[in-house]
Design a protein around this ligand. Structure first.
Ligand SMILES: Nc1nc2c(ncn2[C@@H]2O[C@H](COP(=O)(O)OP(=O)(O)OP(=O)(O)O)[C@@H](O)[C@H]2O)c(=O)[nH]1
Ligand SMILES: [Mg+2]
Length: 460
């Protein structure tokens, strides 16, 4: 991966920035010192090298006397551009042939095809954005719901980065003071009272903890909340999935063990994505080997779920059986929502009484009755998970860095209590600050950068 990184910014890169395939227009992006001169050499229209920044010019791409297309060239002069370099964006007609041809011409003139994420990488090197913001760009492109869009947008605009930077400055400040004491160690002075230091560390740790807490919610809104529909064979799991997503997604039949593999489908309530997972019905004894594998997968999905919709056939389930079945989920770290299905076959009064106090939702998935009550329950779980903090962690890498930083802060606190020496204390404080710097990329390794930017699409 190391070779991904080309920190030599001397060359000019180009790529298709819009989706490949046929479209009304396609945009080819060219960035680098020579971007404008290079495009200018195949551009027939006004002299682009004399154009001012942020202007658009009509012209033709002409190479070896052949006109490839009529285009619009947008000019951005360094440093006022996405990458911080000179950029030309050519809006051409959206034919894959034309796009390919123009790229070939640019390459023949000395440009290089960009690697995935290389434009954003250059923006990072030119300090146009920090690492957390660059990652937010990728999240923004991938966002598929209102909430994931909003958090990515906020991160890209730098709110999170600013918060991290402030914490880091405070830490560095204190570690310098602690280090200063070392120079005066004979005199036994304290530039920082241990009480002030403890207070500071505690306040920073509190903030880090609340950011860490937001990850559960943040991860959920980014990837969808894993919501498993579990229950015995024939309880109506697949019928419920279909009712929720309003589509015949999963096969329904009166045969027990119809669903063998898990079926996943995303659906959005109020801007939040739920990843619904229909599973194979759980029964203890089955001779069918495929069904057995399916049931193992069900258990696996249950372990990873945030929400489990436990659905049962109300016409066939006694209170004590339900209680026993629900107790199987003891120790599972997910919200369990018991759902009584097939109420159309029951006396509603009677079953409401039977399951009184168990917080059961009564539905008929076949007739799509009362499904909205389940909808609202799902919605409420998200509201409850929402954290006060308006900054939400959505990225596992940030989560890990914050976690490590929190651990170091804990060591500082322990150290203060055990009266450890100033140099050890300063070391731990610096470690905590180091992990924070990893988030914004003030400290980074080539591998890390390669890993992050290679996940971008080409042209971004
Ligand atoms: N009367 C009635 N029948 C239902 C209802 N929901 C599902 N069924 C029927 O129950 C049978 C089983 O439904 P499925 O949705 O396939 O059940 P499942 O839980 O996915 O079953 P497996 O995949 O075998 O574990 C089908 O014949 C459905 O039509 C309901 O609310 N009322
Ligand atoms: Mg099924």
């Amino acid at each position: 991966m190391g070779n991904y990184l080309n920190t030599d910014l001397g060359d000019t890169i180009c790529a298709l920035a819009t989706a490949s395939g046929v479209g009304a227009i396609g945009i080819i992006r060219v960035s680098g010192k020579e971007a404008i001169t290079l495009v200018n050499s195949v551009f027939e229209g006004r002299d682009l090298s004399a154009a001012i920044s942020h202007t658009i010019h009509f012209g033709k791409i002409v190479h070896n006397d052949v006109i490839t297309d009529e285009v619009l060239a947008s000019i951005f002069i360094a440093p006022k551009s996405y990458t911080g370099e000179n950029i030309v964006e050519l809006s051409c007609h959206g034919s894959p042939y034309i796009q390919q041809k123009i790229l070939e011409i640019l390459v023949s003139k000395g440009a290089r095809l960009a690697k995935p994420g290389e434009f954003t990488f250059r923006a990072f090197l030119n300090k146009k954005l920090d690492l957390a913001q660059a990652e937010a760009v990728a999240d923004l492109i991938a966002s598929n719901s209102e909430v994931s869009h909003r958090t990515a947008m906020q991160q890209m605009r730098g709110g999170f980065s600013q918060e991290i930077k402030t914490l880091r400055e405070k830490l560095l400040n204190f570690s310098s003071l602690v280090e200063l004491e070392l120079d005066f160690s004979e005199e036994d002075v304290e530039f920082v009272s241990r009480k002030d230091l403890t207070d500071l560390i505690l306040s920073i740790k509190k903030l880090i903890d609340s950011l860490l807490q937001s990850f559960k919610y943040g991860n959920a809104i980014k990837n969808g909340i894993p919501t498993v529909i579990a229950g015995k064979p024939n309880a109506g799991k697949s019928t419920l999935l279909n009712a929720l997503v309003n589509e015949e997604r999963s096969i329904v039949s009166e045969i027990e063990g119809t669903t063998r593999d898990t079926v996943e489908e995303a659906f959005v309530i109020d801007g939040v994505t739920f990843r619904l997972i229909d599973t194979a019905g759980i029964r203890a004894h089955t001779a069918d080997i495929i069904e057995k594998i399916g049931i193992e997968r069900t258990y696996d999905k249950i372990q990873k779920a945030s929400i489990i919709i436990y659905i049962f056939d109300a016409s066939k389930t006694s209170r004590s059986n339900l209680e026993k079945e629900l107790s199987n989920f003891d120790g599972i770290n997910a919200l369990i929502i018991p759902v009584a299905n097939k109420t159309d076959l029951c006396d509603l009064q009677e079953i409401k009484l039977r399951f009184n106090g168990l917080d059961v939702i009564f539905i008929s998935s076949k007739n799509k009755e009362n499904i909205e009550v389940l909808f609202n329950r799902l919605k409420d779980t998200v509201e409850k998970d929402k954290v006060k903090n308006d900054i939400i962690i959505t990225n596992l890498r940030h989560y890990e860095a914050l976690h490590n930083s929190g651990e170091s802060l804990q060591s500082v606190l322990n150290g203060i209590q055990n009266n450890i020496t100033g140099d050890l204390l300063a070391f731990e404080i610096r470690k905590a600050s180091y992990h924070l710097a990893e988030i914004t990329g003030e400290i980074s390794t080539d591998d890390l950068l390669a890993n992050i930017f290679s996940r971008f699409c080409i042209g971004k």
